[in-house]
Every structure is written in C-alpha cells, then in structure tokens.
Design a protein around this ligand. Structure first.
Ligand code: HEC
Ligand code: HEC
Length: 209
C-alpha cells in the first residue's frame, strides 16, 4: 500500500510538472520570435494567416493552445501532414508556442457561406442542436456559439475556415487517418456525419462569426 501511494505521488508529481512546464511555455510565448520562424509557412498558410488554397487551413485568429498542440503533434508524427515534411521538425516546444502566438494574434477570416437555403438550414441545425437520432452532439457546445472555440479546453475555432479543408479534415477523422483528437471525440462524431452533413456544417461555419 505504501509503495502504491509512493508510485501515485511520483506520477501525480510528474503530471503536475508537465502542466507547469506547459503553463510556462504558454506564458512565455513570444509572437515576434514566432514571426521569424513563420516566414516559410506563409507560402501555404498565407502572409496574413489566411490561405488562398482551400485545402490549406487558415490560421489567423485560431486558438493559440490549439495551434501549439497541432504543431507539436505534426512534429512528433501524431498527425501526418505530408505537405509539411521538414517544416517543423526542428521546432522546440517553445518555438511551437511562439509561432502559435504569432498566428493567434492575426485578424481571423470573415467567410461567406454559400447561399443555399436547404444546406444552410441543415448546417445550422447540426451546429446548434446536433442530431439526437444520429447521436451527433451540437458542435456549438465545444466550438462555441460563434465558432471561436475555447482556448482553455483546446477546442479550435471553426469560424471562417475554408469549407474544403473542414470537409477533408472531417473525412480524415471519420476514416481514422487523423487520430490526434483526445478521447477520439472527433473521430466518433465525424463517423456519424454523412458527406452531405459534412458539406452542410462546413458551409455553415465558413459564414459563422
Ligand atoms: C507546402 C505547404 C505547407 C507549408 C509550407 C506549411 N504548411 Fe502547415 N499545413 C499544410 C496543410 C496542407 C495542412 C492541412 C493538412 C490536413 O489536411 O490535415 C497544414 C496544417 C497545419 C496546421 C494545422 C491547422 C489546423 O487547423 O488544424 C498547423 C498548425 C500548421 N499547418 C502550421 C504550419 C507552420 C507553423 C508552418 C511553417 C513553419 C507550416 N504549417 C507550413 C501545408 C503547409
Ligand atoms: C465534446 C467537444 C466537441 C464537440 C461536441 C465537437 N467537437 Fe470538433 N473538435 C473538438 C476537439 C477537442 C478538437 C481538436 C482535436 C485535436 O486536438 O486535434 C476538434 C476539432 C474539430 C475540427 C478540426 C479543426 C481544424 O482546424 O482542423 C473540426 C472541423 C471539428 N472539430 C468540427 C466539429 C463539428 C462539425 C462538430 C459538430 C457536428 C464538432 N466538431 C463537435 C471537440 C468537439
């Protein structure tokens, strides 16, 4: 028993240390240091963090905690992005937070949803209420009513994101090709969305702000 308690104390101490370290990285995040490292990102993610290609995600105004997590996940191979081979391999955790802070400060994209009444209605329904019959929760409960996400919980913003990217990343979650979501939360939800539902919700969040 005493041994078990000792192991628990050590484990809890280690978890506490990791959290404290991540808190330090976040509070030391320096957007101007990030700017220098982000020069090579602009080719795909845009000079202002808004990309001109639908399959390259916008980053401007994205939650800093989410961006830092994705950069580290891509670096560590927890999320495979072939196009980013070599881009972030040498980043330290602090570099990831610095670049994340740089993108997070930028003005987010204001998108325009496709004006298709039926598509919009279904997108709004899924986003705000989910679909109880299909076991789909409301997206707004985590991604926030305005699509800004929630930084403290590492829930990303979806607002103004290219619909093409949103659909493709939902497809990747559904197929398990993207698998860096904690507790498989998005893999579970995406697997319940039809192609048409993915299109509807992606169109809705593009215009949401
Ligand atoms: C050659 C193009 C290219 C370059 C250069 C590039 N990226 Fe990416 N990046 C992509 C693509 C494509 C994706 C989306 C992959 C997918 O569909 O999962 C992506 C995804 C991301 C994501 C995840 C975004 C999200 O919403 O989940 C982050 C963060 C990111 N890149 C950061 C960077 C940083 C930082 C740099 C520069 C150091 C960089 N990228 C350079 C193409 C690029
Ligand atoms: C219980 C909370 C929760 C709910 C409900 C939820 N999400 Fe998510 N979502 C997350 C988390 C957490 C992530 C980030 C996963 C990671 O760390 O890679 C995410 C990521 C995403 C992404 C990827 C964003 C990017 O930039 O790559 C999309 C798209 C998305 N969610 C769409 C949806 C849609 C559409 C719904 C509703 C049908 C929904 N989510 C409901 C928690 C949630």
């Amino acid at each position: 028993m005493r041994k078990l308690l000792a192991v628990l104390a050590i484990t809890m101490g280690a978890v506490g240390t990791v959290q404290a370290q991540s808190e330090d990285l976040r509070s030391n995040a320096d957007p101007s240091a990030g700017e220098e490292m982000a020069a090579s990102c602009a080719a795909c993610h845009g000079q202002e963090g808004i990309s001109s290609v639908g399959s390259f995600p916008n980053q401007a105004g994205q939650q800093m905690s989410y961006l830092a997590k994705q950069i580290m996940d891509i670096r560590d191979g927890h999320r495979e992005v072939a196009q980013m081979a070599g881009q972030v391999d040498d980043f330290s955790d602090q570099d990831a937070w610095d670049v994340a802070a740089y993108f997070a400060e930028m003005e987010p994209n204001i998108g325009q949803a496709e004006d298709d009444a039926e598509l919009l209605a279904r997108g709004q329904e899924l986003y705000r209420a989910g679909d109880i019959g299909l076991g789909i929760p409301a997206c707004s409960s985590c991604h926030s009513p305005t699509g800004q996400g929630l930084g403290t919980a590492v829930y990303p913003a979806l607002s103004g994101q290219h619909a093409e990217y949103t659909v493709s990343t939902l497809q990747d979650f559904a197929a398990g090709e993207r698998h860096n979501d904690p507790n498989a939360i998005m893999r579970d939800i995406a697997s319940k969305l039809s192609d048409r539902d993915m299109e509807a919700v992606a169109n809705y969040v593009l215009g949401l702000h």
